[in-house]
Each structure stands twice: as structure tokens, then as C-alpha cells.
Design a protein around this ligand. Structure first.
Ligand SMILES: O=C(O)CCC(=O)C(=O)O
Length: 302
């Protein structure tokens, strides 16, 4: 008789995502799968060479950055970063956030800078030509136009998750951090390198976007506060969204998702763009605010 260990029971509960290949359009079938599952995996969305070029460009930004003001480590686990002005004023800038523990007592990096960066954010999509072109690639616009009446690019992040050092991202819903009335946030996450269960791929709770929004990260009189709206625990993030280089993963703003620390020998770089509906109200309590000189833009190129 076969012995059912806890691991085999867990694996039986795992959901295999129904991956699509990009064939030049966001079909009705793909839209339905997105709204049924709360996520959608589209392979071959960007060419490997486009991903390599964006990675090389990001590396050059890291090399150029003097890091003088950038010794602000970013931990998605404890939200300690929320206190730093460096973070809260980054909505209309390009800023560099470091992994936990990479700066020693004297302020020196313990590892080369390219390894130390956790992410770059949060307005790469408007302020940097290469990132703008990648964000506004024709296929990105095609997908956005199927999901929104008036899509607006609100936040972008180059996420490193480097080998042995890249930290965990705890389970969250993106509408916690970017909320509109009515809710509209969708994450466009692109694997710039293969993302596997070993190097920290995304995991999502299939259908979990039909659950309540649990929290809102709000600016209340100048203080960033994580407000609880509903204490229902998240369900199991049952789908491992492994993604070959060039794959787009769409994430509904309500779908709980997470990623593990990267304990492997291979890095897992990704680019994440968050899009909202331009006709929806964007409350001033959102942490991410942009100066009047940086109005939200759509997918049209300059
Ligand atoms: O890339 C990751 O590991 C997490 C990304 C994420 O949670 C997001 O883009 O909302």
C-alpha cells in the first residue's frame, strides 16, 4: 500500500496553471481564464533577447548609481521600509532598494552592488527610455486594452531576487498597495530569467481574487499604516507560476500571491508593472503619489 506523506497530499492539492502561448492577441478564452483563476500565464510574450537587453540595461543603472542615498534596505516581510522617506517619495522617481543585511555597521556593502539590490522602483516606466519602451510594447498595450477602458501605468519595479540573497515576498494582494474606486489594479509581471520553484517563482491562490480585500496600506495624515479590512486568512497559494524567460504573468489586484527567498545558485530577475483604470478615483491615501509634473500616462509612446 502506498504511504501518503504530508508532501504527497500537498502536491495533490497543487493546481497546475493552464499556460497560454502568445499568438498575437489576448483572446476571449485568455480573458475568461484570467477572471476565473485570478492570474494568467502567457509564454513567449517577450523575446529572450528583449529580456537580456533589459537586464543589461538595469545592470548599467545599478553600476551608475552611486548608492549614496540608497542604503535603504527593503524588506517586504516586515514593512520596515515604510518609514523611510526614500521609499515613500519614490512613486515618481527611480530609486534603488537593497536586500536586508547587505550593509555593514560602517555603511559599506558586504557584497557587490549588483548582488545587493532587491529592486529598483517605482517610476521606471516614465523616466527611463528603455523601460518605457518595454512597458509600452505593443503586446502589453493589447493586453491592457482588453482589461481596461483607459489603462494607466502607475508603478514599475525591476525585481532582482539574486542567487542566495534575494528575499521572500510575503503573501499579499496588490490592491492593498494600489487601490482605486472601484478597484482596478492588475499586475503585469515579466520573467526576465527563468523563474522556477528553486529560485523563487511566484505562487498564487487560484480563484483567491473572489475573496475579500484583507488590508489597505494607507497614508493617514502623513503616516503610512497597514489597515486591516477583513481578517479571513488567505487560502493556500496552490499554483506555482513557473515561468520561462519572456513569460508574462498577469495578476488580478485581489489575488493573493507570494514568492520564496532564492536559496538557489541562479538569479531570478523580473519586471513588474502595475496598471489601474484611468477613469477610476485614485484616493490620496494611496502611498504612491506623483507630483503634478508627472501625470499618469497610458500605453501610447511619446
Ligand atoms: O517578484 C516577486 O517575487 C513578487 C512580485 C509581486 O508580488 C508583485 O509584483 O506584486
Amino acid at each position: 500500500m502506498a504511504v501518503r506523506t504530508k508532501q504527497t497530499v500537498m502536491n495533490q492539492m497543487a493546481k497546475t496553471p493552464r499556460n497560454f502561448a502568445w499568438q498575437g492577441e489576448m483572446s476571449e478564452h485568455m480573458c475568461s481564464a484570467f477572471f476565473e483563476d485570478g492570474y494568467l500565464v502567457i509564454e513567449d510574450f517577450f523575446a529572450a533577447a528583449q529580456c537580456d537587453a533589459l537586464r543589461a540595461h538595469a545592470q548599467s543603472l545599478m553600476d551608475d548609481n552611486e548608492m549614496s542615498e540608497a542604503r535603504v534596505s527593503f524588506s517586504a516581510v516586515d514593512q520596515a521600509h515604510s518609514k523611510a522617506d526614500y521609499f515613500r517619495n519614490s512613486g515618481d522617481k527611480i530609486r534603488f532598494f537593497l536586500e536586508e543585511g547587505v550593509v555593514d555597521e560602517s555603511g559599506q556593502l558586504r557584497v557587490p552592488m549588483r548582488e545587493a539590490v532587491n529592486k529598483i522602483g517605482h517610476n521606471l516606466h516614465d523616466l527611463d527610455q528603455e523601460f518605457s519602451a518595454f512597458s509600452r510594447a505593443p503586446q502589453m498595450r493589447m493586453v491592457a486594452e482588453k482589461l481596461f477602458n483607459m489603462p494607466r501605468l502607475v508603478q514599475s519595479m525591476y525585481i532582482c531576487k539574486n542567487a542566495h540573497i534575494g528575499g521572500e515576498v510575503n503573501c499579499h494582494q496588490d490592491s492593498t498597495f494600489l487601490f482605486t474606486e472601484p478597484e482596478s489594479c492588475v499586475g503585469f509581471w515579466v520573467a526576465l530569467e527563468d523563474a522556477t520553484t528553486e529560485n523563487g517563482c511566484l505562487y498564487a491562490e487560484t480563484g483567491g481574487h473572489r475573496g475579500a480585500l484583507r488590508k489597505q496600506f494607507r497614508d493617514i495624515d502623513g503616516v503610512l499604516v497597514m489597515e486591516e479590512l477583513d481578517d479571513t486568512p488567505f487560502g493556500e497559494a496552490d499554483a506555482a507560476l513557473t515561468a520561462r524567460k519572456g513569460t508574462l504573468v498577469l495578476l488580478h489586484g485581489r489575488v493573493p500571491h507570494r514568492s520564496s527567498a532564492n536559496v538557489s545558485n541562479t538569479s531570478r530577475h523580473a519586471f513588474a508593472l502595475h496598471v489601474i483604470e484611468g477613469s477610476a478615483h485614485y484616493p490620496a491615501e494611496n502611498w504612491l503619489q506623483r507630483g503634478v509634473e508627472h501625470p499618469l500616462r497610458g500605453f501610447q509612446k511619446d
